[in-house]
Write a protein that binds this ligand. Structure first.
Ligand code: GLU
Length: 280
């Protein structure tokens, strides 16, 4: 009896340990590439960026990053119904990967040296540029017009960092946690301009509820090379994702995703980048 109790207790501990492994974004099953065991893969995306990563009211997801993530997951052995999308806001991405919350992140995530100290990147898979979004009747058309103005961007983004380091150190920078909050601020007049990647701004500007209200300045203030973030040291996953991205371009799926997601916004994207080549 005593012995049986001990056995049951060890079995419970073992079961717990196993289920803990199966739940993490970094489980063996998720990294194996088979996916055949019915396991899930957790992928970090944005939830509030139309055309890139958007959680719709019905709970489904859309956008270029979502399509890229879904294609990559398929190449790793996961069907769409095995994907669990998790929101990874700009400031949370490095930590989400370090903690193993997600297996990879496809969330308008620019590759840079600072981030490479903490995470590894596959890609790049898109080249965007930092730009400004202002109200249609705004006089702001250049970065130098921002001095003294209220400028919105997002904490933990390269966009906010570039403002401080580089092109508008005298702007009154307001850092919010997501771009949807910035666009609400722009609409209400709480801020005078919103700065981030042109890909993101075009997606917002084309929304029915904002049509005709805003304009992009059309400035290429930076090069934003979007990569897929993975946990530091997970070279096997980086290599698999790079192979998947190469295939996505060569079989035409990349262009299809571009047309479907950027077409409605009229966003003129750059051609598909070469894997491993960062435009400085
Ligand atoms: N691509 C930029 C970045 O990675 C801005 C967009 C974002 O915040 O996701 O920081």
């Amino acid at each position: 009896m005593k012995l049986r109790k001990v056995t049951a207790a060890s079995a419970a501990v073992l079961a717990l340990a196993l289920s803990a492994t199966a739940c993490g974004g970094d489980s063996k099953d998720e990294g194996s590439g088979s996916g055949s065991g019915g396991g899930k893969i957790k992928i970090g995306i944005k939830y509030d960026q139309p055309g890139l990563g958007l959680k719709k009211p019905d709970g489904s997801f859309s956008g270029f990053d979502v399509d890229v993530a879904t294609y990559v997951a398929k190449q790793l052995g996961y069907k769409p119904d095995q994907i669990e999308f998790v929101e990874t806001k700009s400031a949370d991405r490095e930590n989400a990967l370090a903690r193993g919350d997600v297996k990879f992140i496809a969330a308008t995530y620019s590759i840079n040296d600072e981030r490479k100290k903490k995470v590894d990147f596959a890609g790049p898979y898109l080249l965007a540029h930092q730009d400004l979004l202002v109200k249609k009747d705004s006089k702001i058309s250049e970065a130098t017009d921002l001095n003294g103005e209220k400028l919105c961007s997002v904490t933990g983004s390269t966009s906010a960092q570039n403002v401080k380091d580089d092109f508008a150190p005298k702007a009154q920078l307001r850092e919010y946690s997501g771009y949807s909050e910035c666009i609400a601020g722009l609409q209400s007049g709480a801020v005078d301009a919103l700065t981030t990647d042109d890909s993101i701004l075009a997606g917002f500007a084309s929304q029915d509820k904002y049509k005709g209200q805003f304009k992009l300045a059309g400035l290429k203030l930076s090069n934003e090379n979007y990569g897929i973030g993975v946990k530091k040291g997970d070279t096997a996953t980086v290599n698999k994702i790079n192979a998947a991205l190469e295939k996505m371009v060569s079989d035409g799926s990349w262009q299809k995703a571009v047309d479907a997601n950027f077409g409605p916004a009229g966003y003129k994207n750059e051609p598909a980048p070469k894997i491993g080549v960062i435009v400085k």
